[in-house]
Design a protein around this ligand. Sequence first.
Ligand SMILES: [Zn+2]
Length: 416
Amino acid sequence: MDSISRRGFVATGLALLGARRLTAQDAPAAEPGAGEAPAARPAVVLGDAARKLHAAALVIDGHNDLPGEIRKKGSALDLSQAQPELDTDIPRLRAGGLGGQFWSAYVPAETMRTGGAARQTLEQIDIIYRMVERYPDTFQLARTADDIERSRAEGKIASLIGLEGGHSIEDSLGVLRDFARLGARYMTLTHSDTLAWADAATDAAKHGGLTSFGVEVVQEMNRLGMLVDISHVSVETMHDALRASRAPVIASHSSAYSIAAHPRNVPDEILREVARNGGVVMVNFFSGFVVPAGAVVMARMFDVGRELKAKHPNPADFEQAMKQWHQEHPIPAGTIHDVVDHIDHIAKVAGVDHVGLGSDYDGVTKLPAQLEDVSCYPLITQELLNRGYSAEAIHKILGQNVLRALRQAEEVARGS
Ligand SMILES: [Zn+2]
């Protein structure tokens, strides 16, 4: 989840059901030439070789916010039918050849202050369980790397649970353990806001990274076999997490800072540490994180969200104000080439064993051309082929790297 315009959804419950989502289609087009790459690059054309390679690959995505959409829309939302207002539905998941998905159990960071973070996280986990139960021919709950491979062999989409933000545990290791028992396989250490024990990338730093309790959280996650997720956290928190973790860490949905200077993106020094740690940086597709000019505008988004929230206590007013801010600060959508530039960069700096995909579908307001929804993954395979990547390297990027990281985290847990 990186669309701050939707942060109010939990606290307001049904009140937001009628609120319209700001989609890529709603957002105004960028001014011609406003920070677009100098020369437009040609559209990617899917050929037979890429199609075959993709069909044979285990494709695993690190972050999808569909559960938040289900919370808003309720049981009326039928995922077996086309849902053009969303980025995700079953027909397009199948077209995209997805084999595994970490579904995000996201609740807004403001629940730290308003209360109910753990309860709302439990409700989001329930939504994921119920989604899997409603479409048993499509989804299968997965907890381990072996589970993912088993689901894939049965032609189902392995469904994993990711917690987006350490605020969900309400400073309690017992609650962390309970979430692990329910099947949560990663926890992003923070969301947008700095916690009592960890600094976020998009908030004031209070601790210079992790506190000693923050280090304990990381160690307990290692013991539980839960992946430590460094998306959304400050660079100091990334350093501290990498130092504290005995298992590979992931960034479930983060792109490269050297390509697009958003504080949410991962700088090269961390990419090299992730390589040493055996972890994986899974590239976020949000235009505001991948297109260089967009990242500059979006760098202010979380601050603006906090300011507007203070100014507009009524959630509908806040949604409106946020929507207006997005309209007044258009960003270029970019194209699939921008996203593959990030994959390419991470593969060069960290190595091809340390890059993956973490789309953030249904959690963002704008997506690049040819990556508009979950049906588009095969085009990434095509573009990687176009750039000279081997079949083996492409399989790693599409899913084998994160599978390996999860398996290693399980081994560390068994050994503790
Ligand atoms: Zn996010």
